[in-house]
Structures are given as structure tokens and as C-alpha cells.
Write a protein that binds this ligand. Sequence first.
Ligand code: T4K
Length: 402
Amino acid sequence: MTATGAQTQLALFGSQPAFPEPVHVGRPNIGDRAALMQRFEDILDSRWLTNRGRQVQEFEKRLAERLGVKHCIAMCNATIALEIVTRALEMKGEVIVPSMTFIATAHALQWQEITPVFCDIDPDTHTLDVERVEEMITPRTTGIVGVHVWGRPCDIEGLTDIAKRNNLKLVFDAAHAIGCGHRGRAIGGFGDAEVFSFHATKVLNSFEGGAVTTNDDALAEKVRLMQNFGFAGLDNAIHIGTNGKMSEISAAMGIVSLDSFDDFVACNKRNYLQYLNELGDIPGLRFVRYDENESNNYQYIVLQVDEEKAGLSRDALIKVLQAENVLARRYFWPGCHRMQPYRSYYPHAHLLLPNTEKVASQLLILPTGTTLGATEIATICAIVRQALALAAQVSQHLASHP
Ligand code: T4K
């Protein structure tokens, strides 16, 4: 991918976009292709394509070792993994979740006719506000699903304490958090269970995929049963179940991605530091920062735009970027509570979610990952700087010509 240079003329004024091809958020990282092809050959030769073959077993073992957790159950995706683990934990009635998350977190509950009760977030961490969680508990509450959004851990101790005191199950949606740590421990072993996503857009991908991790032997056994139709041996279903299995080809991709994981993270970190360096001091722009005392995967470049100080709204900035072929995203706008079916079920939910509403209206996600280099990032930063400088000129002009 080539860009036309850091001192680009904005396409808004009739010139060519800075990037001839779209620059996406979520471009997949791809590891050693030869190693991947060899694994594909092995799968075909073995004629064992799914149902916990060698690749899935190896992927699960390596993930469990890396995360320091007793059990890792590979899944076809994180959404099904969330459905299975919350069901295995017998969550029902109401479950407290943030609205500031991908819709899958809420849908995994609603799909089972569990009511997702949307709770507000802390405006700085973007994760569940523990005090608000406590207030949302009712006699129908059976659990909490916290989300380590952007890979930054929830207030794990606070949520664990609330869950214990109120006899609630606690699951973490760790879809963003592979390779991230909390107080020196890898995400993966907290709560009753954690759920990862290895979707194509994630720092570690298996095309589609996910995993449940837990240190609870009985829960792991139940999740394994439930992901494979409840089968305990041949022709013997002993439990209700579904099909949550990961295929061999996905696991092969996962293993090859794991082999290159540290390189992917190093690249993400380089990109993140460049963005901070080039845009970090601009009034009205604030990047989500990662705690350098912990492990991070730096997979999301999250920029918060304060329109009053920046002179340009988040949505206007997105439009400028799009005109330049930079397809920034508005994760997680407008919040689950403003999407269906929740918008119809709870039309007043926004009244209890002021921080979610504000944050969701200000965030934009910028492209990163191994497909981007320093030149492309410099160009993206130049576009942002130019857009803000132009907005400032326009408002100065308007102020001096009332
Ligand atoms: N919990 C949380 C907190 C999550 O963020 C997610 C998923 C889940 C649970 C559920 O996990 P999974 O069941 O998916 O394992 C994308 C992903 O599809 C989704 O997995 C992810 N979160 C979410 C944050 O992003 P969309 O609707 O934005 O996808 P889409 O098709 O617009 O693509 C996103 C960007 O990636 C685009 O710029 C295009 C680019 N892309 C996408 C694919 C698939 C590529 O460049 N190549 C590709 O192969 O949800």
C-alpha cells in the first residue's frame, strides 16, 4: 500500500485521496505462509478436518500454557463461546453487561432469553463502573459479563468482590484481550471463565474462532460437552449441547498466528507509539493509553475527540478520513442499548448510561496492524492535523467576521 506522502492535499478540495486503496481498521495479521500451507497439507493428508483433531489439541495446549490457565476450549467463534459458557454457568434472568461493547456480548445473552441489563462505564477506563454494577443488581440477577474493552482489563477485583458477595457468576468477555495482563497475570484466568475471539480482525486470528478459558475443572468439562452436542463418547449424549467446535484449518491458522504473535504485538506497539508521538499533544484529541507496567497487545488505536476543544466533531473527522480512503470506525457507537432489539425493549436505557452515551459519540478507531508502516501512519496523522487546522481557521474566520 502506498500513500501520496505526509504533506497531502485533502481530497475534500478536489485532489486525489491520500490513499489510492482503502486503508481498513481490522486488516488481518498473517504469519508464516509456508508454515500455514504445510499445516493445511497435513490436515488434508490426515483426513481429519474437525472434531478436536491434532491442530485443535495443539492450539488449545499452547494457548493454555501461554495464558497460565488449566483449561482452554477452542470454539468456532467468541459469540457461541459466550453463549455456551453463560449457559454452562446457568446464568438466567438478568445479567449485567456494559452497553459499550460489540453487540455480540448482549446478543449472546438475549439469544438465550437472558435479559442483558446495560450498566454504565467509567468514562476513563471504558469498562464497567463497579459502583453502578452494584446498583443494578436485583433479585433476578444471576451474573455479570465484564468486557476488557480495547484489551484493557475491567476492575477485576471490584467485580470479583461484588460477584462473591451477591452470589453471582462472573464471566469476562476477553475478545480484545489476548496477550494482555492484569497485575502481572495473563488475562484468561479471572472470573469463572474468560472468552477470547480469534476473528480475522483480531490481533491473533484463526479466520473465525474463539476460546473459553477457565481454572474450574467441572465448568471446563461441561463447556466441552456443550460445545459438542453433549456427547460423552460415541452415540451417548448426556447433556443438551450445540456445535461450537473449531475446525482444524482454523486451529492451524491460530497456531501459525501464535508463532508470530510477539511480532504482531511489537508492530502494533510501534504504530501506537507513532500515533501518540504525532497526535498525542493536540488539544481535544485523547488516545486510550495502555499501562506500560502490564502486557498489552495494542490492537486498537482508540482516539477520543472532544469537539469543543478540537474544533471538529468525531463524525466530521471520520468523514474527512473516509474521503482520503482511511476507513476509521466508530466502535462501539451507538452502544448496544441503541440497537435492536434493545432499543425497542428499553427505550429509556440511555438515561442510565450517560458515560456510555458520551464516550460512544466521541471515539474513533484508527487503522493499525502489520499491513501498515510508518509512512502510512504519518499520512493518516497528517490528514488529522490538517483537518483540525482547517477547522480552526474556519472558526477563527467566523469569529472575526461575525
Ligand atoms: N465481544 C467483543 C467485545 C467483540 O469485539 C467481539 C467481536 C465479540 C465479542 C464477538 O467475537 P466473534 O464472535 O466475532 O469471534 C468486527 C468483527 O467481525 C468482530 O469479530 C469484532 N468483535 C468487531 C469489533 O469487529 P464488524 O461488524 O466491524 O466487521 P466488518 O465486517 O465491518 O469488518 C471490520 C473491519 O475489518 C473492516 O474495516 C474490514 C476489515 N476486514 C474484515 C475482515 C473480516 C478485513 O480487512 N479483512 C477481513 O477478513 O465486526
